[in-house]
Design a protein around this ligand. Structure first.
Ligand code: HEC
Length: 242
């Protein structure tokens, strides 16, 4: 009985363990705070203006985002709804997948759950790791995601920089950034903008997470009830046998 129970507990805990051990890249950590409403609103603004043109967040509706983040309907319609007519619509990109495939070679992935699949630190680091590279089709490259098909859509804010690589045993190693055209933001302003955007993407992934927790909770209750029932039943049967 005890051993079976331990196996059940181990199986239930394994996804958490797998997630904890998959994070071995060199990432900058970001402070996520879903209670920081202003940060979420700023992130939403950046997201709809600079990301939705290529990516969807197809699990989210505009009106739900607005009510979760305390954005009025007027503000939503005036500033955040470029790809939709009605607040009840899903946040999908207007870019046709066939066009995207032709332009970038890949269809930009849906970003609803990226904060869960990649993690906030990965997103924060990724959006701060672009550099100018003439050898790629877009003219951009990324230290965290080499040969990425996404252009640096926020380069006007961050500025343009190239990378100086050092050749060690035939391998290219990052040496330093070389500053180019300056951006409209200082480094700390850019970092804080990307932090807000990452915060928003964590929120985006949250509603789905809540559903998972709710289902998980009932599965746990069911298992506990089931274990108790089968144990009592077993005792009952064996009493007659003895
Ligand atoms: C011009 C189109 C375009 C825009 C605008 C754009 N992206 Fe992308 N993005 C792409 C493409 C294409 C890829 C796929 C890259 C690849 O697989 O090489 C991608 C990949 C990504 C990924 C990696 C996803 C993964 O798990 O592999 C993230 C994160 C991302 N984009 C975030 C953003 C954010 C945030 C914005 C807004 C600031 C944005 N993108 C704007 C085209 C775009």
């Amino acid at each position: 009985m005890m051993r079976k129970l331990l196996i059940v507990i181990a199986l239930l805990a394994s996804p958490a363990l797998a997630q904890a051990s998959s994070n071995n890249e060199n990432l900058d950590s970001v402070h996520i705070d879903l209670a920081d409403r202003l940060s979420l609103q700023k992130g939403a603004n950046t997201f709809v203006n600079y990301c939705l043109s290529c990516h969807s967040a197809a699990y989210m509706r505009y009106e739900r985002m607005a009510s979760d983040l305390g954005i009025s309907e007027q503000l939503l319609k005036d500033n955040l709804m470029f790809a939709a007519d009605k607040p009840g619509e899903l946040m999908v990109t207007t870019m046709a997948p066939t066009d995207a495939k032709q332009w970038f070679g890949v269809v930009p992935p849906d970003l609803s759950l990226t904060a869960r699949s990649r993690g906030p630190d990965w997103i924060y680091t990724y959006l701060r790791s672009f550099y100018h590279d003439e050898s790629t089709p877009t003219g951009w490259n990324n230290l965290l995601f080499p040969s990425v098909a996404m252009p640096h859509v926020l380069h006007q804010w961050q500025g343009t920089r190239t990378v100086h690589f050092e050749e060690v045993d035939g391998n290219k190693h990052f040496e330093s950034f070389v500053a180019g055209v300056p951006g409209q933001m200082t480094e700390s302003e850019y970092n804080s903008t990307i932090r807000d955007l990452t915060n928003f993407m964590v929120y985006l992934a949250e509603p789905a997470k809540l559903v998972r927790y709710r289902i998980g909770f009932w599965v746990m209750i069911f298992m506990v009830v089931f274990i108790v029932l089968s144990y009592t039943l077993k005792k009952e049967y064996w009493r007659d046998v003895h």
